[in-house]
Design a protein around this ligand. Structure first.
Ligand code: 3PG
Ligand code: MG
Length: 352
């Protein structure tokens, strides 16, 4: 994939610029649980302001809103507030959650036209959403002169390393909640990675039937809970022994040890997706063990990449973010890139 042309080649002085960022941060109710993605959007915004853009309109999706109540839950306001704390400048405004418009996920041209109205240039810096062909990532790039933002370019460069000649063993650790999305991608990744380790909700899904065309390392034990609650009664049970009506909310101690050992022995690691409901203390140990193992592998010289909103949140909360080679803002996007797919958000930008 040829690199897209950089915003640095654009003349933005006096221009009104539409920026698509991925400000889809993990939320704790209405509170931002991790602002990594907002901070990662700053260099491009600063560049535009420093080069005298007249106006910078930032747009992003937030969550996967479906119902009317979701309009409140996923309103962009807290994200906009955080951005203006980090970058107070009257030329910057944040548009409402792009997914509140039904056209967005259909890549509808009418919505793209609305986004482009009154704008001179479009900059896509939303690496985390570049695998989505949506109005704000794809259609709009055909409506305005389009450029890649600094984060998008940096991500392509770092993740590109995983597509080239890598040191082996290459261990891929997958977890997290977007099971359907990720199984599709993992199907094609078996031959790139030497070992694929699966934990979290995805492992639950594979308990009875592995639809992947290769063997995966699954948990041997899980922390089962009587209910989906932080203070639920919990106990360690074998992987296939979760009692009827109970839920597996983390990998168990033997799995932690096993996964940790596999990761520590790797020379290249890509980790996407937590091993359990790590936001709740009783179910955080699995994710924590993987995070520590990734950091240790890195300290021993492995090239380590952590991607996705939740894994990044976990690694940041543990204070280990500076101990991995690259913290990617993209989860699904990094996986699809790794799979060798052309990302629609990237393909829509003229190449350099
Ligand atoms: C992500 O969090 O992976 C991106 O922001 C994309 O979100 P989506 O999976 O809801 O499209
Ligand atoms: Mg995500």
């Amino acid at each position: 994939m040829r690199p897209p042309r950089s915003v640095e080649t654009a003349d933005v002085a006096g221009k009104r610029v539409l920026v698509r960022a991925d400000l889809n941060v993990p939320l704790d109710g209405r509170r931002i649980a991790d602002d990594t993605r907002i901070r990662a959007a700053l260099p491009t915004l600063r560049w535009l302001l420093d080069h005298e853009a007249e106006e910078v309109a930032v747009c992003s999706h937030l969550g996967r809103p479906k119902t009317d109540e979701d309009r409140e839950r996923y309103a962009i306001a807290p994200v906009a507030a955080r951005l203006s704390e980090l970058l107070p400048d009257r030329r910057v405004r944040v548009l409402e959650n792009t997914r509140f418009d039904a056209g967005e996920t259909r890549n509808d041209d009418g919505f793209a036209r609305e986004l482009a109205a009154g704008m001179d240039l479009y900059v896509n810096d939303a690496f985390g959403s570049a695998h989505r062909a949506h109005s704000s990532t794809e259609a709009v790039a055909r409506r305005l002169p389009a450029y890649a933002g600094l984060l998008l370019l940096e991500e392509l460069e770092h993740l590109g390393r995983l597509l080239g000649k890598i040191e082996r063993p290459f261990v891929l650790v997958a977890g997290g909640a977007k099971v359907e999305d990720k199984l599709g991608v993992l199907r094609h990744l078996g031959d790139r990675a030497d070992t694929v380790v699966v934990g979290g909700k995805m492992a639950e899904e594979l308990r009875h039937d592995n639809p992947l065309p290769y063997p995966v390392e699954l948990p041997v034990d899980v922390v089962a809970a009587a209910a989906f609650a932080p203070d639920a009664e919990a106990k360690v049970v074998p992987y296939d022994g979760v009692p009827e009506g109970w839920l597996g909310l983390d990998i168990g101690p033997d799995s932690r040890e096993r996964f940790g050992a596999i990761v520590r022995a790797a020379r290249t690691v890509f980790w996407n997706g937590p091993m359990g409901v790590f936001e709740w203390r009783p179910f955080a140990a699995g994710t924590e063990a993987v995070a520590r193992a990734v950091a240790e592998a890195g300290a021993a010289g492995a090239y380590t990449v952590v991607g996705g909103g939740d894994s990044v949140r976990a690694i940041s909360e543990l204070g280990l973010a500076d101990r991995v080679s690259w913290v990617s803002t993209g989860g699904g996007a990094s996986l699809e890139l790794l799979e060798g797919k052309v990302l629609p958000g990237v393909a829509a930008i003229p190449s350099a």
